[in-house]
Design a binder for this molecule. Structure first.
Ligand code: NAP
Length: 354
């Protein structure tokens, strides 16, 4: 495929999200990767930090102060960091795709309530679109400023949005129980991610009050649902992946399998990266994050009980790909007018390591 190549750069390129962006963009026929920015590794080869990128053309990390003009700038910085320098980033590129949380919420009061700080650039919040193509494709196509979703939020929204649209979820309550791999915490070492403390855990680190709660609730409002949503996050002994188990008590009364299939088919029949998985046979009858590692797919499954009064939805994805960098490249494709799946067709591995 021959595409007009756009100049792209990645800030925060030494991190896990940044590394995944580089992996996908270096192999993308429409991307000319110009700079990979890191403060700590400026001047060092990119392959020193991301050894999986050794086979691509050799290049070194750039300093943040040396960032040059490009067409699309990807930001993959810790939460709260991109807003402080947004004026500079906006002068650097006409299109910005931010993987962080800074511009995901529309209301400054939401940021204050959930991130315990005043938003530094509240006037810019309305200029960013929420970059989850399955719920905002047309907005992403024309947006200059795109804020990618949080990874638990992406898994939860993709599981719930069709149910909200069809009125199966209206006023809740809905409970999301998310199990997370360690890479969701980023590359910066911490006591909680130190191997002896992290390996093999089933550690609930946010029983209540997880920040993605508000992101999910706001996205569902756009589908007509206004509900109490409760999110619990548990770290498990996986490096990549999220499994969100979502407990729904349909507001419309008991539902049948047909009703639920209808809701998901209506939303996802033509979606390139969402697969509804509900097999009657085999080991992988329901979504399993392990076999999605490295892919841009989100898999959704469900089962009913109690005559359709309780619906359990399972939503799985790779937090670094469909939950972060792959989804950002999907947005890049839409914004650039490229086929949406460009550079994102890796089907995953089977069997695969832990
Ligand atoms: N990890 C996930 O699963 C995931 C999923 C969805 C969204 N996200 C979001 O994506 C963003 C990045 O996450 P991550 O997991 O990739 O984090 P990370 O591994 O900690 O990487 C962040 C990078 O940002 C750079 N950095 C830190 N402070 C900076 C600053 N003030 N100015 C310039 N660069 C700075 C750091 O490199 P240097 O110190 O070398 O500059 C670091 O490598 C976060 O906002 C996160 O919420 C992450």
């Amino acid at each position: 495929m021959s595409l007009t190549r756009l100049r792209v750069s990645v800030v925060g390129a030494a991190g896990y999200g940044g590394g995944e962006l580089l992996r996908l963009l270096l192999d993308h026929p429409g991307a000319d990767v110009r700079q990979a920015v890191s403060r700590r590794f400026a001047g060092e080869p990119v392959s020193l930090v991301h050894p999986n990128l050794r086979s691509f053309r050799p290049f070194v990390f750039s300093r943040p102060e040396d960032v040059e003009q490009c067409d699309v700038l990807f930001l993959s910085l810790p939460n709260g960091e991109s807003m402080g320098e947004m004026d500079r980033w906006m002068k650097t590129a006409a299109v910005i795709i931010d993987l962080g949380a800074d511009f995901r919420l529309r209301r400054p009061e939401d940021w204050k309530a959930w991130y315990a700080a005043d938003h530094k650039r509240p006037e810019l919040l309305g200029r960013f679109v929420y970059g989850l193509p399955e719920v905002a494709r047309e907005e992403v196509r024309t947006a200059d400023y795109i804020a990618g979703p949080g990874c638990e939020a992406a898994a939860s929204i993709l599981g719930l949005y069709p149910l909200a649209k069809e009125g199966i979820v209206r006023s809740g309550p809905v409970v999301v129980d998310a199990k997370m791999g360690s890479s969701a915490a980023g590359a910066a070492p911490a006591e909680s991610t130190h191997h002896p403390e992290r390996a093999g855990v089933v550690r609930t680190y946010k029983p209540t009050g997880h920040r993605h709660t508000i992101e999910i609730a706001r996205a569902l409002e756009n589908a007509g649902a206004s509900l109490p949503l409760h999110l619990t996050a548990t770290a498990i002994g996986m490096v990549r992946g999220i499994l969100a188990t979502i407990h729904v008590f349909p507001d419309c009364g008991p539902v049948s399998e047909k009703d639920v299939w209808r809701a998901y088919r209506a939303a996802y029949a033509d979606e390139p990266f969402v697969r509804v998985v509900k097999q009657t046979r085999g080991l992988y009858r329901f979504p399993e994050p392990k076999i999605l590692q490295g892919t841009n797919f989100c898999e959704i499954g469900f089962e009913l009980e109690d005559g359709g009064r309780r619906l359990v939805v399972l939503s799985a994805l790779d937090n670094l790909v469909k939950g972060a960098a792959g989804n950002a490249v999907q947005c890049f494709n839409l914004r650039a007018g490229f086929p949406e799946t460009t550079g994102l067709t890796f089907p995953g591995l089977h069997p695969v390591g832990s």
